[in-house]
Design a protein around this ligand. Structure first.
Ligand code: ADE
Length: 265
């Protein structure tokens, strides 16, 4: 999978993309990343990339021309448009997506990351200042993504979050058994994890995890997963992948909590 990242601050990406799992995925050729400075595609003498908003108001808005020019340069390396393609529209071939990072976008969830991981090529456009000229959204972006309901100073950190989250879903990046049980996979939060020592500062690991009884461990973990989700993120339960057994378990958990009992023991 190939990522092109378009930004006014390329230096922000040094570090996070050169460590750990992302670094190894790059070295093994599972993903590749190119960073492009939008300013390099601005054609005026001062390499302007922003301007005052029409109609007045606060702050500066990122100009459309340098963003369109950068995306077009990147796309030109990947696929030629069909002969009848209208000149004013960037040709985004199947398997590629132009993703604008914006707090107005679709919320990035594990499901959205899963969809994006099916693409071969993601072009991530990082907005800055007070916003990006609306024509980028209307006529260039194929996706708009937000990483949460808060506003950051720009799309660079969101682009890194998206890249990280999508990369770990690319086949071969993680050991094959990893993702199925972790938080958000079946729409539930993950169960508590422990490692050695079995006792630390007087706090011991739940007995069942030391029992070697795999079926009982699996039951305890499922119960904990349901309990955690019920206590911390109950709204996730509405869309989670639950069996009839899970539903019954949830009922028991609700009863136990109401009666002040400790569930999942
Ligand atoms: N740019 C600024 N804030 C953002 C957010 N929450 N998600 C995506 N892009 C952003």
């Amino acid at each position: 999978m190939h990522f092109d990242i378009l930004t006014l601050f390329p230096a922000m990406f040094a570090g996070p993309l050169d460590e750990s799992i992302i670094k190894r995925a790059r070295e093994r050729g599972l993903i590749s990343i190119d960073i492009h400075n939008i300013r390099d595609y601005s054609t005026d003498r001062h390499h302007t990339t922003d301007d005052y908003p029409f109609g007045g108001g606060r702050g500066m808005v990122m100009k459309p021309e340098p963003i369109f020019a950068t995306v077009e340069a990147v796309l030109a390396e990947h696929a030629a448009p069909p002969p009848d393609w209208p000149r004013q529209r960037a040709y985004v071939p199947p398997g590629s997506a132009v993703v604008l990072l914006t707090p107005q976008g679709r919320l990035l969830t594990q499901g959205v990351a899963g969809e994006l991981s099916q693409m071969q090529h993601l072009i991530l456009v990082c907005g800055r200042y007070e916003g990006v000229d609306e024509r980028v959204r209307l006529h260039l972006a194929t996706h708009e993504i937000s990483i949460g309901d808060y506003v950051l100073t720009g799309g660079e950190l969101p682009a890194m979050v998206l890249l990280d989250c999508v990369t770990r879903l690319v086949p071969g990046v993680l050991p094959s058994e990893t993702p199925v049980e972790e938080s958000h996979y079946a729409g539930l939060l993950e169960y508590p994890q422990y490692t050695r020592p079995a006792e630390f500062l007087g706090w011991s690991v739940p007995e069942i995890l030391l029992s070697g009884h795999h079926a009982a461990v699996a039951r305890w973990r499922r119960c904990q997963s349901l309990l955690r989700t019920l206590l911390r993120r109950p709204e996730l339960l509405e869309r989670a992948d639950l069996t009839a057994k899970d539903q019954r378990q949830l009922e028991r958990l609700r009863d136990a909590l109401e009666n002040g009992q400790t569930p999942c023991e």
